[in-house]
Design a protein around this ligand. Sequence first.
Ligand SMILES: Cc1cc2nc3c(=O)[nH]c(=O)nc-3n(C[C@H](O)[C@H](O)[C@H](O)COP(=O)(O)OP(=O)(O)OC[C@H]3O[C@@H](n4cnc5c(N)ncnc54)[C@H](O)[C@@H]3O)c2cc1C
Ligand code: FES
Length: 346
Amino acid sequence: MPRIALNFEDGITQFINADEGESIADAAYRQGINVPLDCANGVCGTCKAFRQSGEYDPGSYTEDALSDAEAVGGYILCCQAKAKSDMVIDILASCGACKVKSEKIVTEIVDVESLSAHRIRLSVKPLERGLPMFLPGQYVNITAVNERVTRPYSFTSAPGSNVATFLIRNLPDGSMSAYLSAKARRGDRLLLDGPFGSFYLRATRRPILFIAAGTGVGPFLSMLEHLAIRGNCDQAVRLIYGVRDPADLVEIGRIEALTALIPNFSYETTCSGPGSQHPLTGHVTDHIGAEALNHGDADVYLCGPPEMVESGRRHVAKFGLSPANVYFEKFVCISPQAGVLDEARP
Ligand SMILES: Cc1cc2nc3c(=O)[nH]c(=O)nc-3n(C[C@H](O)[C@H](O)[C@H](O)COP(=O)(O)OP(=O)(O)OC[C@H]3O[C@@H](n4cnc5c(N)ncnc54)[C@H](O)[C@@H]3O)c2cc1C
Ligand code: FES
């Protein structure tokens, strides 16, 4: 039974299953999601949506509802289209308009490990239902129930795992940092709300370059583990992972193991701290040239602190990368006391 990820305009994703021959709109309704709909007959175009990936039968409709140019450009009509494989679809409406609520799941801590002075690995498992479905690269809002603190964190585990893992920066005087580094214990309750975000692995149609700074490597671990499980990636995949302090180059064992599981996967690490003895030094962008970007024909994913993401976007634009092929996530610090803080560094 095909599984369809519906991405709403406000960044929330919901998963539905579609029966054979069932339209996407009918499948969504059956599962409590009211995608925009009017004629339900392929005439008005109200249910137009954008197909990110997946095979489908477009059904029948009028040119007024969906022009040939729109169909070629990736648009579908949800009242007519039937999924023939798993799909990812952008719904052109907010989840509020479609009466969707994000999923809240109570979990307990299975493990909380200090990987370095500045890095924490958190593992949680669900207490009642399974973990939320998500696309590799997405995040959830995690609430430490006893502390009343909520922060967004990206999954590092692949979708479908029984235990969800996260890689978290331990910030001086950070509220979640203080809880996880000093107080958190096995069995503590954490509430997961999500999944959210448009930073997720797209269909692999051209060489892929993952550019990570600091804990920004987290969502790439999830994407790489997903590629390893899926097992049919025929594109070159390269990760460039930078930190300031070599002690913070964590999860290397996990990345190294993935080189044996993904045929065309390679990675490099770089350290930008002063006097570094690491084989590669400097920032991630110092090691990205025309060849790494396949002379402009590549999909580039950037994740980390806002300033690194911005300089990375400017850097790849110089090599002719279309902005449509550049995906990014900024790990902005959102503190309830201070509002949005930009100072999170790798
Ligand atoms: C979509 C998204 C995904 C993310 N994914 C990850 C991830 O996978 N891993 C990860 O490590 N991070 C991630 N982040 C960042 C993360 O959510 C937190 O912002 C970060 O972990 C800090 O949380 P904290 O509670 O420890 O610190 P906070 O309490 O938020 O404080 C952050 C910093 O601000 C300082 N500060 C706090 N209050 C004030 C104040 N009033 N004035 C001045 N300074 C102040 C603190 O000293 C601290 O250094 C993500 C962010 C976003 C937006
Ligand atoms: S609802 Fe009218 S075309 Fe789909």
